[in-house]
Design a protein around this ligand. Structure first.
Ligand SMILES: C[S@@+](CC[C@H](N)C(=O)[O-])C[C@H]1O[C@@H](n2cnc3c(N)ncnc32)[C@H](O)[C@@H]1O
Length: 212
């Protein structure tokens, strides 16, 4: 009985927190604060949203030139770097220097010393500092809904992707910006991307699009 009560309380608190955060976000369109970088890169989250699965579903493969938009503290970046290997490269872009600093610190840790193929870039999704047709794949994890002008950002992503290149959008239910899979598919299609594959579940999904 006690466990059941506890579970109900935890679920109630989760729902309440979601309502409060979503209400705040309606009025204040700001990026996720940098202090949550530790939570984003925690082992607890990795258990709920395993990075290797997300990277695999996104279609990140050996030798690819990859752009991560909104890398945050880099919860997924090292996994992407290992997936593309020595012949590939990951450009990790974020609008907040404090998030990039956390990723930079992470890369100095002994377990990441072997990673040499990540470049950190401070920039905005609205105005990507890359030439057209630069990347095989662009991915975003719990980022798209945080970007004020999503259409502009997606047009920019389309510009920097090679023809036939992949855009992978991953969303995670505990994120207060979480949209339904159908919403993400609609946004991608409206900007001229072609749906390639939608995988995962309600809790944690990835939608892959192709640039025509
Ligand atoms: C919720 S965090 C997710 C970070 C990371 N993708 C993860 O899943 O751990 C969203 C990130 O997107 C970044 N961001 C928000 N708006 C952005 C924009 N317009 N251009 C680039 N990055 C942006 C924020 O600074 C933040 O680091």
């Amino acid at each position: 009985m006690l466990i059941k009560d506890l579970l109900i309380i935890i679920l109630g608190l989760f729902v309440l927190l979601q309502i409060i955060l979503r209400a705040i976000k309606k009025f204040r369109h700001t990026p996720a604060p940098s202090f949550i970088g530790r939570v984003l890169d925690s082992n607890f989250r990795k258990r709920l949203q395993p990075p290797d699965k997300v990277i695999q579903r996104s279609g990140i493969k050996e030798g690819m030139q990859v752009l991560e938009v909104g890398c945050g503290s880099g919860a997924f970046t090292t996994f992407a770097a290992r997936a593309v290997g020595e012949k590939g490269k990951v450009y990790a872009l974020d609008i907040q220097p404090k998030m990039l600093k956390q990723l930079e610190n992470k890369l100095t840790k002994p377990q990441n010393k072997d990673i040499k193929n990540i470049e950190l870039i401070k920039g905005s999704a609205h105005d990507l500092p890359f030439d057209k047709n630069s990347f095989d794949l662009v991915y975003m994890i719990t980022v798209l809904q945080e970007i004020p002008d999503q259409n502009k950002a997606l047009q920019e992503i389309k510009r920097v992707l090679k023809p036939g290149g992949i855009l992978a959008v991953t969303e995670f239910l505990p994120d207060p910006d979480y949209p339904l899979k159908s919403t993400t598919i609609k946004i991608g299609r409206e900007t001229g991307f072609v749906l390639n594959e939608a995988s995962g579940n309600l809790w944690n999904y990835t939608v892959r699009f192709r640039k025509p």
